[in-house]
Design a protein around this ligand. Structure first.
Ligand code: ZN
Ligand code: ZN
Length: 224
């Protein structure tokens, strides 16, 4: 006898919430089975984020960070304080940025940012879980040294932070940025995940790796 439910796709929902004056994409992903969810890159506006979680009946069980910039990590500590959840990521090579969030905040008009001490750093090959759904981690330095990308194979969805955008790539003119390293991260770590992989960038609209390989002026196949 076949169990019709044995191979059902992951029952995950996603909601993208632009926050901060930099319009950073905070994602809330949650399981519709357990109603447990995570915030990926909660950059600011903690009251709004918690209201969105409450509206959807989602219990936040973790914060996942792609990198240490304040527009991505600024509200991580506040979310953790309110929910008791752990902060996971980024790679430890971004701790120096997480230590600077409060000092940097004034420059960008993000005054509610707090410094972050993650409960767990992420490394290449790590696997995260949300209600039985697996998410994999690749280390993608270049924009920042400790940047990671978190993706779901089954869901064909990647959270790429500021590595890659629709038609563009991350800035590398910040301290410890490295342009060639960023290109290498994209071509060697992201492209092998498959052209059909959709991605949520840190800013702006969603796209797929295949689309960027076709026409992204920085990393299209005919350019690199
Ligand atoms: Zn950034
Ligand atoms: Zn950003």
């Amino acid at each position: 006898m076949t169990d019709a439910h044995a191979h059902h796709p992951p029952k995950l929902e996603i909601r993208i919430i632009p926050v901060t004056p930099l319009q950073q994409n905070t994602s809330m992903i949650w399981s519709t089975e357990t109603m447990e969810g995570v915030f990926v890159d909660p950059g600011g506006e903690v009251d709004r984020l918690m209201a969105v979680a409450k509206d959807h009946g989602v219990k936040i069980v973790a914060v996942w960070l792609t990198h240490g910039h304040l527009d991505h990590a600024g509200a991580a500590t506040a979310v953790s304080e309110r929910t008791g959840c752990p902060i996971i990521g980024p790679h430890k090579d971004d701790q120096w940025l997480l230590d600077e969030i409060e000092a940097q905040g004034a420059k960008y008009g993000i005054r509610d940012g707090k410094n972050v001490k993650p409960d767990r750093y992420l490394r290449e090959g790590d696997v995260l879980e949300l209600a039985g759904n697996k998410f994999h981690v690749v280390h993608t330095p270049g924009h920042t040294p400790g940047h990671v990308v978190i993706y779901s194979k089954e869901g064909h969805l990647a959270f790429v932070g500021d590595v890659l955008f629709r038609g563009s790539i991350g800035r590398t003119d910040f301290p410890r940025g490295n342009h060639q390293q960023l290109i290498d991260s994209i071509v060697q770590k992201l492209w092998p995940l498959g052209s059909e992989m959709r991605f949520v960038p840190g800013h702006g609209p969603l796209s797929t790796f295949g689309q960027e390989r076709q026409d992204n002026p920085y990393v299209a196949d005919h350019v690199v």
